[in-house]
Write a protein that binds this ligand. Structure first.
Ligand code: S3P
Length: 167
């Protein structure tokens, strides 16, 4: 059974939808950020602060290569993971990549008060998010075989994803 890989911007619901989708389709759920944190014994913010973003991307790349060889998972990818073509290629090998599409204003509302995303921990948060969103959307679309409107309740989005991939 092929894996289902959820990608999209921070706050689009990869983790919450992913858990619902895993239950719905009988797959094991894996959250990439949580797996990286578990292996490192550090939070994502701590990895960024101590070792820098490049080190986090290396860990992310290694995990993508590993997950690309597995099957039967629902993977909540990190928000940046699928913006790297080599990660997209690895995860697409045995999996279907699904973009959870949510408009930026909704994402910003959801991310209000969040302190766990180092890329948004800056005074010009909204402008930075806008620039990142604009740069990433075409990359997500290039990586994803399916695009699902994800501006809704997690269970409803999970059902929409299952339908989109033909399950
Ligand atoms: C990142 C998104 C985060 C996490 C890290 C970098 C990004 O994951 O991987 O903070 O580059 O967009 P979420 O999308 O789960 O927040």
């Amino acid at each position: 059974m092929r894996s289902l890989i959820l990608c999209g911007f921070m706050g689009c619901g990869k983790t919450t939808v992913g858990k619902a989708l895993a239950a719905l389709t009988g797959r094991e759920f894996l959250d990439m950020d949580q797996e990286i944190e578990r292996r490192a014994g550090l939070t994502v913010s701590e990895i960024f602060a101590r070792f820098g973003e490049a080190d986090f991307r290396r860990r992310e790349r290694e995990l993508c290569a590993e997950l690309g060889r597995r099957e039967g998972l629902v993977v909540a990818a990190g928000g940046g993971a699928l913006t790297f073509p080599e990660n997209a290629a690895a995860l697409s090998e045995r999996g279907a990549v699904v973009l959870l599409d949510v408009p930026l204003p909704v994402l910003l509302r959801r991310l209000e008060g969040d302190t766990t995303r180092p890329l948004l921990a800056r005074p010009d948060r909204e402008e930075a998010a806008q620039a990142l969103y604009d740069r990433r959307l075409p990359l997500y679309r290039a990586a994803a075989g399916y695009v699902v409107n994800a501006d809704g309740a997690p269970e409803a989005v999970a059902r929409a994803v299952a339908k989109a991939v033909g399950e």
